[in-house]
Design a protein around this ligand. Structure first.
Ligand code: NAD
Length: 294
């Protein structure tokens, strides 16, 4: 459409400095990929353990590259120093784009986005890495909704080529142009999609997870389902994928999808993942999900 092409003409694609909020599975991955591709990044979390985990992950990925002879130890050092871990918003006024990657909880995101807007310049673009929550609804927290859009990476960030860039009702062409430019700099393929709960990929993926939950309710063994899907040719089955995603994130995202599409995506039974969530089995992030990781 004409609207979709408008952003392509925008000249402002400057992304010299970035920031990410949340240093978890996704925030840590985003920080690594940005630094590796030459865009220095501030990585903010609310606790030191979060920051340490994010840095540990970046270290692990870089060490692999050095071991494979893809980069020198001094290049690795340079990349690591371009990730600036922080517990405060100091220096955020100089940032071109801030990617929000905190927990999948609407209330938390609304508060974090509103707080961040106070700390950045009038030109800074804010982009949310939410998996499912409508960008137009998150924009309600902001005074400059035109500067806000979705920037949805996939897990693991360094390996997955796609980034969905989501246009909310009030998102400007400049915000889209800069976010696409940043994704491209990070070596990713950006696709601009419309706003709705789950955007595009998760509109397809969550019905698949629902199908898996129904199979388990009907008595299927999750390991058998995983093995069958792998032999069919997919890189992993649904149980293992949910462990990688995070059971907590999967449950929260599923709630948003059910609320957004109650006629199609609301299940009338308690799913295995909901039970696991209650028992604090969060997947690989805490060592226990469908499978145990020790
Ligand atoms: P995670 O639980 O691994 O990490 C969340 C991090 O956010 C934690 O380190 C936590 O301390 C931090 N945090 C919480 N409140 C904060 C605040 N106010 N300020 C700064 N940091 C704060 O979660 P994740 O899997 O990285 O998911 C983050 C976001 O990315 C979610 O919106 C999720 O839906 C989305 N996402 C996840 C995946 C996935 O496969 N896990 C894929 C795509 C998108």
């Amino acid at each position: 459409s004409k609207k979709a092409r408008g952003w392509e003409k925008k000249a402002d694609r400057k992304v010299a400095r970035a920031a990410v909020l949340g240093a978890g599975i996704m925030g840590g991955g985003i920080a690594y990929q940005s630094a590796y591709k030459g865009v220095p990044i501030r990585m903010k979390d609310i606790n030191q353990e979060g920051l340490d985990l994010g840095l540990k992950e970046a270290n692990k990925l870089l060490t692999k590259r050095v071991d494979r002879g893809q980069m020198s130890a001094s290049q690795m050092g340079e990349v690591l120093t371009s990730i600036d871990p922080t517990l405060s918003y100091a220096g955020f006024e100089d940032i071109d784009i801030v990617v929000e990657a905190v927990v999948e909880n609407r209330k938390v995101k609304l508060a974090v986005l509103a707080e961040t807007e106070q700390q950045v310049s009038e030109d800074t673009i804010l982009a949310s890495n939410t998996s499912t929550i409508s960008i137009t609804r998150l924009a309600e927290a902001l005074q400059r909704p035109q500067n806000f859009c979705g920037m949805h990476f996939f897990n693991p960030v360094h390996a997955m080529p796609l980034v969905e860039v989501i246009r909310g009702e009030k998102t400007s062409d400049t915000a889209i142009a800069r976010t696409v430019a940043y994704a491209t700099k990070m070596g990713k393929k950006a696709v601009v999609v419309k706003d709705c709960p789950g955007f595009l990929v998760n509109r397809v993926l969550f019905p698949y997870f629902d199908g898996f939950s129904k199979l388990l309710r009907d008595g299927a063994d999750f390991q058998v389902v995983d093995r069958v899907m792998e032999r069919w040719g997919w890189p992993m089955g649904p149980a293992y994928l949910l462990d990688v995603v995070g059971i907590d994130t999967g449950v929260h995202a599923g709630e948003v999808m059910a609320e957004g599409f109650p006629d199609r995506m609301k299940l009338d039974f308690k799913t295995a993942t909901e039970v696991m969530f209650e028992h604090k089995r969060y997947g690989q992030k805490n060592g226990k999900g469908f499978y145990d990781y020790v």
